[in-house]
Design a protein around this ligand. Structure first.
Ligand SMILES: [Zn+2]
Ligand SMILES: [Zn+2]
Length: 743
């Protein structure tokens, strides 16, 4: 097997976006002159100062980095939690840690696994096909040598840390030997599976949580119980995954309530990526913790592992849906997002949502579509080993037990729900009755009042007519009295009339009293009725409250029942998380202070180092030049330099001399100037003596002659001076050159 053959385990390309993005990929702040762009050397995100204040040693393709590199906050946190995880669960290569609970879900344990592996190794020895084994060995050699080149940064960091207990120079050999034993035995005993790089990767990952024996049993379980034979590397049939797409989409729709409008993009993503995801069990597609979450969930699901794997994919799609829709059909971008961004806490939230979903129906669809292949495989496997057969029985027993528990809980829930519904109905009914009664009461009262009012009205009108009649009679009597008084009628007659009238009045007032009494009675009756009604209302209220309390109690019970299953785990997880968080917070506070100081110091040192480097470089360059010059000309140049130095001295003394001359000349000129001044003063005086013309003429003559002489002298001096200046500059140039040469 040549090294040039391409090694390919499905992985995600991490683009280098440095300088291409306008905003920080973590906090979104815009890069400006003051907000500098950095690159996280682990995830390659473009990040701002604030989002990447730390530097750390980073895992590179060729091992650990020598220098500390910038690390974004997301990576820092993820890397720290990865290391804590390794420490907390004492994860180490070829050592049983999580394997115990995974083996349990396949109805076996570490002791049994050891025994089975021992037998399998024996069986494998009997296999005649050493050719296939040799090929596998050669391929494995290449894959393990290059493994750092194709696993993602998080998985790489995990693997490196899991191997910490093995000496660095022995690591590759140790890994190769173990994988060869585990995967090699499987491939020899079950040639129908066939070799693929993914098997190496899966085995490698399992060996980080399991001894060779446990890893072997788990690997066998993955190919016998989880992955369908159509996905075996050797399978020649083209498997279209139609059922798988349907299940993932179904879970997305039903349990995760993803918008139906989003399905087009999601389906396209699944069509491109689901197969790779299934083949690798998600290893190398996500951050370590996410991968572990998926694998652990799949392996603890026993023979439901394949269903769980698809449900996990649905969760991952649901979590990335926004990104999926944003990237449309650029699925590589979404994959990159999934790798960099998805963390376990998000997954575990949706995991619960999925547990509430009834995907028994999907399972039925799926199992009918794959049951044949499973049976065939199991037959082949069981002819070689007894391990698989009793397992199935035990697994199905365990599953049955779990199913029974779930069923029982469901029934209890159903019963409680039913009771609640009944109680709610009862309350509704009672409320209805209550309002009906109230209505009736009101109606009744109104009816009664109406009748009474009507009666009273009638009585009233009768009274009114009677009063009118009486008034008429009164007025009649009054008239009569008036007439009588006019005609002087006898008194007795008036008396009888008066008494009649009084009697009538009495009767009327009695009537009035009677009716008033009646009205009072009626009012009283109404009041009593109302009061009679009141206790009724109280009773109803009490009943209502009673039922509401009962409902609350039942809801609480239901809630408790729901919680019971995951409560203990959750509380433990939360406690651990809490502890970890407070520790982290403490550390972060500490580290923040430290790192700020260190950053400052580092910056200073960087600056100084840079300066120093520059100076050293310059120095080196100069000394090199000097050395070069010296070596170029050797002894002769030394002589030359001597000559030049002598020449130089000579020139310097000459310059000195010239300078002296210049000085003398300058004093001469000064003297001449002074004399001239004196003469001028003198001549002025002479001019004033106008009376002696002769003298004046003589003086004038002398003056002209003197002037001419002085002018000549001055000219001579000036030319001498400029010549000297030229000579000096030439000297200086020569001096400069000789100095350079000396250097
Ligand atoms: Zn930022
Ligand atoms: Zn990063």
């Amino acid at each position: 097997m040549s090294k040039s053959q391409p090694i390919f385990i499905y992985g995600i390309t991490i683009k280098d976006d440095r300088g291409k993005l306008k905003n920080c990929q973590l906090c979104g702040v815009k890069f400006t002159m003051s907000v500098k762009e950095h690159q996280c050397k682990r995830c390659k995100r473009a990040v701002c100062d604030k989002c990447a204040p730390n530097k750390a040693i980073v895992q590179k393709a060729d091992g650990v980095s020598k220098k500390a590199h910038r690390l974004c906050n997301f990576c820092k946190d993820e890397s720290d939690s990865l290391k804590r995880f390794l420490e907390q669960y004492k994860i180490s290569f070829n050592k049983d840690s999580f394997s115990q609970q995974w083996l349990q879900s396949f109805g076996t344990d570490i002791t049994k696994a050891k025994n089975d592996f021992f037998n399998a190794l024996d069986d494998a020895k009997l296999c005649k096909d050493t050719n296939a084994y040799d090929i596998f060995k050669a391929k494995l050699e290449v894959v393990i040598n290059d493994i750092d080149g194709f696993v993602n940064y998080s998985i790489k960091e995990f693997i490196v840390n899991a191997l910490k207990n093995v000496e660095p120079q022995r690591q590759k050999e140790v890994v190769k030997t173990s994988i060869l034993k585990v995967a090699g035995t499987l491939l020899l005993l079950y040639p129908q599976i066939g070799y693929s790089h993914e098997i190496v990767l899966i085995t490698y990952f399992l060996l980080c949580f399991a001894s060779e024996a446990s890893a072997y049993i788990l690997l066998t379980a993955i190919y016998a119980h989880i992955l369908p034979s159509q996905l075996y590397p050797k399978s020649n049939t083209k498997y279209d995954l139609v059922n798988e797409y349907a299940i993932v989409v179904g879970v997305l729709k039903d349990a995760l309530q993803v918008d139906l409008n989003d399905m087009t993009v999601i389906k396209s993503f699944l069509q491109q990526k689901l197969k790779n995801y299934l083949l690798t069990l998600g290893i190398n597609l996500f951050l370590f913790e996410t991968t572990f979450f998926i694998i652990s969930s799949v392996l603890t699901s026993g023979s439901n592992g394949y269903m769980d794997l698809m449900a996990q994919m649905a969760i991952l799609c649901s979590l990335s849906n926004q990104e999926l829709q944003k990237n449309k059909f650029n699925h590589e971008e979404t994959e990159l997002f999934m790798l960099r961004q998805l963390r376990t806490n998000q997954l575990s939230v949706l995991q619960k949502q999925i547990q509430n979903c009834d995907f028994e129906s999907y399972k039925k669809v799926y199992i009918t579509s794959r049951s044949d292949s499973i049976q065939v495989d199991n037959l082949i496997l069981s002819t070689r080993q007894s391990m698989i057969k009793p397992d199935i029985q035990k697994v199905s027993e365990i599953n049955q037990k779990l199913q029974d528990q779930v069923d029982r809980r469901d029934q209890e829930m159903k019963k409680l729900n039913y009771e609640i519904i009944q109680l709610k109905d009862k309350i509704k009914q009672l409320q209805k009755e209550n309002s009906a009664l109230l209505n009736q009461q009101q109606n009744n009262d109104a009816e009664l009042y109406k009748v009474k009012l009507h009666e009273l009205r009638i009585d009233n009108s009768v009274l009114k007519s009677q009063i009118e009649k009486l008034n008429n009679e009164i007025s009649k009597y009054k008239l009569q009295i008036e007439e009588d008084s006019k005609s002087k009628v006898t008194k007795p007659k008036t008396e009888t009339i008066d008494s009649d009238y009084e009697n009538d009045l009495e009767e009327i007032s009695q009537f009035k009293l009677k009716y008033e009494q009646q009205i009072r009675n009626l009012k009283k009756q109404a009041e009593e009725k109302k009061q009679q009604n009141q206790p009724n209302q109280i009773q109803i209220d009490e009943m209502k409250e009673n039922y509401e309390n009962k409902i609350k109690l039942l809801q609480k019970q239901i809630f408790q029942l729901q919680q019971q299953n995951n409560n203990t785990d959750e509380v433990r997880d939360l406690k651990i998380q809490n502890q970890q968080l407070s520790m982290k917070l403490e550390k972060m506070k500490d580290e923040k202070n430290k790192s700020e100081l260190i950053q400052q110091k580092n910056d200073e040192i960087d600056l100084l180092t840079e300066l120093n480097e520059e100076l050293t470089k310059e120095n080196q360059r100069l000394s090199k030049q000097c050395r070069d010059l010296k070596s170029q000309s050797g002894a002769s140049s030394a002589q030359q330099i001597k000559v030049l130095e002598e020449e130089n001295k000579l020139l310097e003394s000459k310059i000195e001399q010239y300078n002296q001359i210049i000085k003398e000349l300058a004093t001469n000129i000064e003297k001449v100037k002074v004399e001239k001044q004196k003469q001028l003063e003198f001549s002025d005086l002479k001019i004033k003596q106008k009376d002696d013309l002769e003298d004046v003429k003589q003086v004038a003559e002398i003056r002209t002659v003197q002037n001419q002489i002085l002018k000549g002298l001055l000219k001579e001096n000036q030319t001498q001076l400029s010549e000297l200046i030229i000579a000096i500059t030439q000297m200086r140039q020569i001096l400069e050159k000789s100095k350079l040469l000396k250097l």
